[in-house]
Design a protein around this ligand. Structure first.
Ligand code: TNX
Length: 485
C-alpha cells in the first residue's frame, strides 16, 4: 500500500503530520511564470470545496499555498515536490509543467479530504516527490470515424490531463472523414469532411479551431500530435480529389467500417505535392516536434511501393523540421533517423517493434490488448470491438512497458499511449465510458515506477476517485474489478 490515494502513484510519498485547513482565508501565491497554473488550481478547487482561492504573486495571507519554480534540476521538465503541512502548502518544480502535474496531485488530496466529509476541508499532511517514468504519455482520439466538436475534444483533453498525460494524438484523417482544413485543398473539407461512419454529417476543424485545441492542450502541458494517415486509410482524400486516384476517378465516399482497402497513388507526382502541402500546413500549425503519418494497414500495396512511399513521406516531414511517428507497419520500409514507431497489433506480434529498436528507433507502446480503449471491457460492454480480446481495467493496468516485449528495453520506450478508435463510439459520453477508468490505468503505467505500483493497491486508489468523477459528471464504467464505494 503506498499510503496515499493518488493516481498515478507518485515516486515517493510519506504521510506528514497533521493537516492543512483550506478555507476562504487561503491564498495561492505563485511566481509570476506560474500564475496560469495557480489559476488552474483555483478553478479545480472551487467546485470540489466551494472555496474561491485568490491568486497573487505577493506574500500576504497567513494561510498559503505556494507555487514555486525554484525546484531542483533533478525534478526534470515535469517533476515536482509537494509538501502539505499544517502551516501551509509548498509546491515546487523546475518547470511550469511540473507545477501543473503537482496541482493535479494536490487536487486529488483535496478531493480525498472532501470525500472523507466533515465539512471543513482538511488536507492530510504529505510529503511527495514525483516525476514521470516515460516522456510520452499519450491519449489518442479518432475524430475521423466519428467527428467530435472542439468542445468535446477539450473535454477529452481535461480527462487526460487529470492523470498527467502529456500527449494528445488526434487521428485526423481516415477512410470515413477528413477533419482538418487545408488552404490549398478545399475539397478535403467540402467533400472529405462530410461523411462519417454510419452516415452522420461529419465535420472538421478550421485552422482557428485547431489553434484553439493546440492552445487548450498547451495550457494543460499537453502536446498535440496530429495524424494524417497515409498511404492507406485515405479514402476521404481520394473521394475529394479525382487526381489523387491512380485511375483519375474520385473514390466513392465511405461510411462503413472495413479497413485496408484504400491507398494513395504512389506513382503520381501529385500525391507528393499534396502531401507536401498538407504536412507543411499542419506542421505550421503544430508547435510540437512530431507529425504522425499513420502507415497502418496499407493492404493493397506492394512491399516495394509501400517502402518507397513511406521513405519519401518521412523525408518530407524531416525537411519541414519535424519527426515522424508511424504505426508499427512503418518498419517494413526504411526508417528515417528520429522516426518513432508505435506498436499496436498484438495479433501480428511485436516483431516490427523489435526490428525498429534494432535499427535504432524508439517505440511507443499501444498494445491493443492493453491500451486500446475501443476494446470491450467484457462480454456485457455494448460498444467497442473484441478483436484484441476484452480489456478490463486490470488488463489495461497490469503490465510493464520494459518487460512487455523481449528485445525492447526501458530506454527503447519513448512512452505509452492509450488509443480510442471510434467506429462504434459516436457520443462524448461514450468516449468517457470507454476511457474511464482505463485511461487512468494506462496513465499510471506510463508515469509511475514499476516498484511503486501494483494492482491490489491501484484498484483501491481508483475506487477512491469515484466521488470526484461523479462530481465532474464523468460517465465512467463501473468495472466489477474495482471496489467502488
Ligand atoms: C486497427 S490501430 C486500426 C484502426 C481501427 C482499429 C479498431 C491501427 C493502426 N489501425 O484503423 O480503427 O484497429 O480497433
Amino acid at each position: 500500500m503506498i499510503g496515499i490515494e493518488v493516481v498515478p502513484a507518485p515516486v515517493s510519498a510519506d504521510a506528514g503530520g497533521g493537516s492543512f485547513v483550506l478555507d476562504e482565508s487561503t491564498q495561492i501565491r505563485a511566481d509570476q511564470a506560474a500564475i496560469p497554473v495557480a489559476e488552474h488550481l483555483a478553478d479545480a478547487v472551487r467546485p470540489l470545496t466551494g472555496v474561491a482561492l485568490t491568486v497573487s504573486s505577493e506574500p500576504g495571507a497567513s494561510s498559503e499555498i505556494a507555487l514555486r519554480l525554484d525546484g531542483a534540476d533533478r525534478l526534470g521538465a515535469e517533476g515536482y515536490e509537494l509538501d502539505v503541512t499544517p502551516d501551509g502548502v509548498v509546491l515546487r518544480a523546475h518547470e511550469p509543467a511540473g507545477l501543473f502535474h503537482g496541482v493535479q496531485t494536490f487536487g486529488q488530496l483535496v478531493q480525498a479530504s472532501v470525500a472523507r466529509g466533515g465539512g471543513r476541508c482538511e488536507v492530510a499532511g504529505a510529503r511527495i516527490s514525483d516525476r514521470p517514468r516515460f516522456a510520452w504519455r499519450g491519449a489518442m482520439l479518432d475524430v475521423a470515424r466519428h467527428f467530435f466538436s472542439v468542445g468535446e475534444v477539450k473535454r477529452f483533453i481535461d480527462l487526460a490531463a487529470l492523470y498527467k498525460l502529456n500527449v494528445l494524438h488526434l487521428h485526423l484523417t481516415d477512410d470515413q472523414g477528413w477533419r482538418i482544413a487545408i488552404d490549398g485543398w478545399p475539397e478535403l473539407t467540402r467533400i472529405g469532411a462530410s461523411t462519417e461512419v454510419g452516415g452522420g454529417s461529419g465535420g472538421f476543424y478550421t485552422k482557428a479551431d485547431y489553434a484553439d485545441l493546440v492552445r487548450y492542450a498547451a495550457a494543460r502541458y499537453m502536446t498535440v500530435v496530429p495524424e494524417i494517415d497515409v498511404p492507406g486509410h485515405s479514402n476521404a482524400a481520394l473521394a475529394s480529389y479525382p487526381e489523387l486516384n491512380c485511375d483519375g476517378n474520385a473514390a466513392a465516399p465511405f461510411t462503413g467500417t472495413e479497413v485496408g482497402f484504400s491507398a494513395l497513388c504512389v506513382d503520381k507526382p501529385v500525391t507528393y505535392a499534396f502531401l507536401e502541402d498538407v504536412l507543411g500546413e499542419i506542421a505550421a500549425m503544430t508547435p510540437g516536434p512530431f507529425l504522425h503519418i499513420g502507415g497502418d494497414e496499407a493492404q493493397t500495396m506492394t512491399d516495394e511501393d509501400y517502402a518507397a512511399f513511406t521513405e519519401r513521406v518521412q523525408k518530407i516531414v524531416a525537411a519541414i523540421g519535424k519527426r515522424s511517428v508511424g504505426w508499427q507497419e512503418l518498419t517494413a520500409g526504411p526508417l528515417e533517423r528520429g522516426t518513432v514507431v508505435q506498436y499496436w497489433n498484438t495479433g501480428a506480434g511485436p516483431a516490427q517493434a523489435v526490428e525498429a529498436v534494432r535499427r535504432g528507433a524508439q517505440v511507443i507502446l499501444s498494445p491493443a490488448d492493453r491500451a486500446y480503449l475501443d476494446m470491450k471491457y467484457d462480454g456485457s460492454t455494448e460498444l467497442g470491438y473484441d478483436w484484441a480480446g476484452y480489456v478490463d481495467v486490470r488488463d489495461a493496468y497490469d503490465w510493464d512497458p520494459a518487460t512487455l516485449i523481449d528485445g525492447v528495453e526501458e530506454a527503447d520506450v519513448l512512452g505509452v499511449e492509450a488509443a480510442l478508435w471510434t467506429e462504434t463510439v459516436a457520443e462524448i459520453g461514450d468516449v468517457e465510458t470507454m476511457a474511464y477508468p482505463r485511461l487512468p490505468a494506462i496513465a499510471e503505467v506510463a508515469w509511475s515506477p514499476s516498484g511503486r505500483r501494483g494492482w491490489a493497491d491501484f484498484r483501491l486508489r481508483l475506487a477512491a476517485q469515484e466521488t470526484w468523477w461523479a462530481a465532474m459528471g464523468i460517465r465512467f464504467h463501473r468495472s466489477p474489478q474495482v471496489p467502488w464505494r
